[in-house]
Ligand binder design. Structure first.
Ligand code: ATP
Ligand code: MG
Length: 556
């Protein structure tokens, strides 16, 4: 079920490597994988990796595996596994029968560790974590050999087996590769392969009390699954020699090739799962799917489309250099999609009542509105019009400055799809707040143009006062006030105005049967989406993105 996204995938350095491997006959088919650790929800950065890995499999008619990298027993939860599968599907990709768990390889990994010991290339070390760190040396100084480094194979085999049997306390013994304590690459200074954790695992239960480390697990899981190209982010560049070393010792060829690319960094966006979890646990946001979260479930709830996210991932491309992508570019990709696909509707977020004095009381008529000017197939709808309507508070000014062309005392404007109206009076309360506008309409201007050819300078959206529906509208801004919230403390950079709730909004009566995740363009306002809190009795909309495109303005 791989989606056809109709994108001519641009070439990039990873695809160039694959092209060469296929041309040289090194591989006959391409197998990639997406290997999330199930310790949080997927975010927009993961989407880059998903689109890359599944996109390559799609374009080369290969396969892409979904593998849960679940070697860390205490952090992993079923909730995360389910959300990850849901989100990958939502993005439009499918792993078919290729769903794997690193924990399924625990027995095989153990056997391979034993093999490494038999070759004299791994040993059980009894230094404490602190001592191991001290012995490791620094970038400028070589490390020191562990006093346990030259144990005999027999002794190591015995100790490793007893580690497995639970004879030793956590932290007292680890299994380490025997490589080179003087290597210029610190990763190669006898890295830890196994540690003792007396914790139950979500899939293997109490079967194990030793767990393999990422570096040992990942390369071998790739090899076991016949992955050809193991694509990961740049932080793992220094781990590549270890990836290759382990395979070289214990696994038959051909070996998968690790290729690193720059991770996605997005302005105003935090992507560390640890910190996202903190936002959830501290109640700073309302869960992993809060519409302000950069998680795929948050973006979905906010109204993002899978097509827009795939398009974004494609257009930012892949490179070898870390950089920061402007959030406005993500929004630009989103608007391009929503502009094509979203039905238009009228909604008034902050209502101001207008009474049209020369319109008959009790009369309701229907005017015709275009559903989507980008899509002729979308047709038209009928919108009720009556004597009392609402307009947006900000569309009226008592003493308008020169450039304000919307409604003001004595001025005539167009009501979208309906009539010209002229403001004849303004009603204020004792405090001077404007509470109601009085107006007259010109019956000759039905549909929005005057037979005598006179022009108006503004067209306002509106809804009928009685023939409209109440709604709650949630407006969002960035969760953080700084471009790079990854540096510094979480709380310091929070935007106190990231959520504004409008409870008095009114929407077209045509929205009465909307479903959760339905998306609309509220004319002149932006794109909105029906929130999961919404019900027929209480409609709730999330502002997905405003209409104004800040990115294309700067970059075109
Ligand atoms: P964290 O460090 O926050 O825990 P992670 O990268 O360890 O995140 P994983 O679940 O291990 O999270 O990630 C799964 C895959 O997604 C990895 O292959 C990783 O390289 C990729 N990935 C994670 N974050 C990004 C990002 N910002 N841009 C591109 N790829 C990413
Ligand atoms: Mg990781």
């Amino acid at each position: 079920m791989l989606m056809d996204t109709n994108i001519n995938a641009p070439s990039n350095f990873i695809r160039n490597i694959i092209d060469e491997d296929l041309a040289s006959g090194k591989h006959k088919a391409v197998v990639t994988r997406f290997p999330p650790e199930p310790n949080g929800y997927l975010h927009i950065g993961h989407a880059k990796s998903i689109c890359l890995n599944f996109g390559i499999a799609r374009d080369y008619k290969g396969t892409c595996h979904l593998r849960f990298d679940d070697t860390n027993p205490e952090k992993e939860e079923t909730e995360y596994i389910e959300s990850i599968m849901r989100d990958v599907h939502w993005l439009g990709f499918d792993w078919g029968e290729h769903l794997y768990f690193a924990s399924d390889y625990f027995e095989q990994l153990y056997e391979l560790a034993v093999e490494l010991i038999k070759q004299g290339k791994a040993y059980v070390c009894e230094l404490s974590a602190e001592e191991i760190r001290a012995y490791r040396g620094t970038l400028t100084e070589p490390g020191k050999d562990s006093p346990y480094r030259n144990r005999s194979v027999e002794e190591n085999l015995d100790l490793f087996q007893r580690m497995r049997q639970g004879e030793f306390e956590e932290g007292s013994h680890v299994l380490r590769a025997k490589i080179d304590m003087a290597s210029p690459n610190i990763v190669m200074r006898d890295p830890t392969l196994y540690r003792i954790r007396k914790v139950a695992h979500h899939r293997t239960g109490d079967a194990w009390c030793i767990y393999p480390m990422y570096d040992f697990t990942h390369c071998l899981s790739d090899a076991i699954e016949n992955i050809t190209h193991s694509i990961c982010t740049l932080e793992f560049e220094n781990n590549r020699p270890l990836y290759d070393w382990i395979l070289e010792q214990v696994y038959p060829k051909p070996h998968p090739q690790q290729i690193e690319f720059a991770r996605l960094n997005l302005s105003y966006t935090m992507m560390s799962k640890r910190k996202l979890l903190e936002l959830v646990q501290k109640g700073i946001v309302n869960g992993w799917d809060d519409p302000r979260m950069p998680t795929l479930s948050g973006l979905r709830r906010r109204g993002y489309t899978p097509a827009a996210i795939r398009d974004f991932a494609e257009r930012i491309g892949v490179s070898k250099a870390n950089s920061m992508v402007d959030y406005a570019f993500l929004e630009h990709c989103l608007r391009e999609d929503l502009n094509q696909t979203s039905p238009r509707t009228m909604a008034v977020l902050r209502p101001l009542k207008v009474v049209i004095e020369n319109y008959p009381e009790g009369q309701v008529e229907y005017v015709e509105g275009v559903n989507n000017p980008q899509d002729p197939e979308a047709g038209t709808r009928l919108i009720p019009f009556e004597r009392e309507i609402y307009i947006e508070q900000e569309d009226f000014m008592m003493d308008p400055p020169k450039k304000f062309f919307r409604l003001a005392p004595g001025r005539e404007v167009r009501l979208r799809f309906a009539y010209f109206i002229t403001c004849t009076d303004v009603i204020q309360d004792e405090a001077g707040n404007i509470v109601e506008i009085r107006a007259t309409y010109d019956p000759e201007t039905k549909g929005g143009s005057a037979p005598d050819g006179r022009k108006v300078k503004a067209t306002l959206h509106w809804v009928a006062a009685n023939h409209s529906l109440p709604a709650e509208v949630r407006l969002y801004d960035h969760l953080f006030t700084v471009e790079d919230p990854g540096v510094g403390e979480l709380e310091e950079n929070l935007n106190p105005n990231s959520l504004e709730i409008l409870t008095d909004a009114r929407v077209e009566v045509n929205l009465k049967d909307v479903q959760v995740e339905d998306r609309f363009q509220f004319e002149r306002q932006g794109y909105l989406c029906v929130d999961s809190d919404s019900s027929p009795e209480h409609l709730v909309f999330n502002q997905t993105v405003a209409l104004r495109d800040t990115w294309s303005k700067v970059n075109k």
